[in-house]
Design a binder for this molecule. Structure first.
Ligand SMILES: [Zn+2]
Length: 233
């Protein structure tokens, strides 16, 4: 297996992927700049957030009511348990139970208010969701072509990435590492062909000896000018 050819093929896939990814990115950015959709998404997020806060508040109050009930049960158990006989103490306990119950009413009122607030916000959120669906439908109709193109690009990218994955597994790590390293430092192009006895990437004329050498399988020959791997075919 000629590893230089494999790298050249890998480069073709990578270059294609670079072009498609840029295109996809541009289209996605274009769609993200849709004001109506963005505002609608923002409204939706706000209403969701408000519901979350209100639900949290409700569960706190429910907890307080629960704690208050426990306190009342405990005080009543002492009051009616028969272990306290002192009239003064009994009176104090009675007062305590009354006051605990009074505060429980306050808490229960708050609980009811919190429940209503959650119910109301749930309806508002549902309404906002429906409105968002409408905005989204308008958006999808308006951008149908763009969305189709994005879907197509994603498919192509997945297909190329799978192909790349399969190819990469057949290339030894030392070749791959070298390739990645050069690709990283040379604007995405690590390996290049030879056109008219010159490096196809930078245009430098190559000697006959170098061109001959670049046809040796599994041997990495670099362009003396740009430092990219030469693929002599
Ligand atoms: Zn070059």
């Amino acid at each position: 297996m000629n590893q230089i050819f494999n790298l050249f093929r890998l480069q073709q896939l990578d270059s294609q992927l670079d072009i498609l990814s840029t295109k996809l990115n541009d289209l996605e950015t274009l769609l993200q700049n849709d004001d109506d959709l963005q505002q609608s998404l923002q409204r939706l997020a706000q209403q969701e957030d408000t519901l979350k806060q209100l639900s949290h508040n409700l569960s706190n109050i429910e907890n307080e009511v629960k704690q208050q009930n426990i306190k009342i049960e405990q005080s009543e158990a002492t009051l009616y348990g028969g272990r306290v006989n002192n009239p003064k103490e009994l009176k104090d306990l009675e007062n305590e139970v009354t006051s605990l119950k009074k505060y429980r009413t306050v808490l229960e009122d708050r609980e009811l208010e919190a429940m209503l607030a959650v119910e109301e916000q749930t309806m508002i959120l549902e309404q906002t969701r429906q409105e968002h669906q409408q905005v989204n439908q308008v958006f999808e109709t308006k951008n149908a072509d763009c969305l189709r193109e994005i879907e197509q690009l994603r498919k192509e990218i997945t297909h190329l990435e799978n192909e790349k994955q399969i190819l990469a597994t057949s290339i030894p790590a030392e070749f791959l590492d070298r390739y990645q390293q050069i690709r990283h430092s040379k604007k995405g192009i690590a390996i290049t062909g030879i056109i008219d006895k010159s490096c196809a990437a930078c245009g430098t004329s190559l000697t006959g000896g170098l061109i001959q050498e670049s046809r040796t399988p599994d041997k990495i020959i670099l362009c003396p000018s740009c430092g990219r791997i030469l693929y002599g075919g």
